[in-house]
Design a protein around this ligand. Structure first.
Ligand code: ARG
Length: 333
């Protein structure tokens, strides 16, 4: 009876994937040792054998769970990381990628303290002590953890910024991705003297385009935490890449975007491809680094066909065009 109980108590129940009454087992093994009787010893060795089977089953179960978890995360990463939106021309606009062909931002030299992360999936730029400018298509991430103050996404000292209200441009539309801007109002105003890790970037003037500031060939820089190779993993360190602006005329040719680029958008990149923003960079800044003045925010990462493909320039929502809307929202709210 006693021996039976040792057996019974450590049986592995395959149907329930659990171990029956291990407490009972412990008590009886202890009793067995105390009595030191011969039969008890034999059965104790049987119990040890059973224990080995239990451990093997346990390890197998853990391994199976790990494999399942790995497969599930891979499926989620690659299955949901790419979204395809039809363009007006009927071709598909595949949105994948990263800052392609760029370099890591040097934390000791950077003045990119205006860039914030929207939970890693999108970025934004601080444009005043109360406002962040990002892309309208990042709306699903407006309630995520918004942080800034470090080029490193894993830095525990990142400053969290609470959002009180969000404003998506009323003319934002899909699938054209026109008017892709959104403003996020902070719950608490930033005190830049108390938080020098944060800053605000100047937004482009509404006359920047007419004054030639967005002409074909003008060099700009795009920054972000997007993945660094198509289907690659996301870096934790901020990256940047320099890209020349491309005229709307050239971006609208049939081998580029075939007429889909309107005045609310600007294009940037190389005809041969190779350098671009990509998935995860959305909402983030396209800037001009003026030699003798503050940097200017001229674009918001919006979309592209693939990433860094020849003639498929990166498309940014045009901040100069949005200047008046931005000021009217900030003034009224
Ligand atoms: N829509 C992408 C995002 O959500 C950005 C894609 C930019 N693509 C490009 N080729 N520049 O992160």
């Amino acid at each position: 009876m006693f021996i039976d109980r040792i057996h019974w108590s450590i049986d592995y129940d395959l149907s329930k994937s659990s171990y029956k009454n291990s407490y009972d087992h412990k008590v009886n093994v202890k009793k067995c040792f105390l009595t030191l009787n011969h039969i008890c010893n034999i059965h104790l060795s049987v119990a040890v054998k059973n224990l080995k089977i239990i451990l093997t089953n346990l390890i197998r179960e853990i391994l199976m769970k790990m494999i399942f978890l790995f497969l599930a995360t891979t499926a989620l990463t690659y299955g949901c990381g790419q979204n395809t939106t039809p363009t007006t021309s009927g071709t598909s606009k595949i949105q994948t990628g990263n800052i392609v062909g760029g370099t890591q931002v040097d934390p000791t030299k950077t003045d990119a303290t205006y860039i914030v992360s929207l939970g890693g999936g999108c970025a934004g730029s601080i444009i005043s002590s109360k406002w962040i400018l990002t892309a309208a298509h990042c709306e699903p991430l407006f309630k995520s953890r918004i942080t800034g103050g470090s080029v490193n996404l894993r830095d525990s000292k990142r400053i969290q910024l609470k959002i009180a209200k969000s404003f998506v441009h009323p003319s934002y539309n899909t699938p054209e991705s026109s008017h892709d801007w959104a403003l996020l109002k902070l719950a608490t105003e930033i005190d830049f003297t108390k938080s020098p890790q944060l800053s605000a970037i100047t937004i482009a003037d509404s006359n920047l385009e007419t004054s030639g500031g967005l002409n074909d060939g003008v060099m700009a820089t795009v920054l972000g935490w997007g993945v660094t190779t198509e289907n690659g993993s996301q870096p934790s360190m901020l990256r940047e890449v320099d890209v020349p602006l491309v005229s709307r005329e050239r971006a609208n040719t049939s081998d580029a975007y075939n007429g889909a680029i309107d005045e609310t958008m600007i294009a940037a990149g190389y005809d041969e491809g190779g350098k671009d923003s990509c998935q995860g960079d959305s909402g983030g800044p396209l800037i001009i680094k003026n030699k003798n003045g503050p940097q200017t925010l001229i674009g918001v990462v919006s979309f592209g066909e693939g990433c860094a493909r020849a003639n498929k320039y990166g498309i940014y929502s045009n901040v100069a065009f949005a200047n008046e809307w931005i000021h009217s929202v900030m003034d009224k709210n």
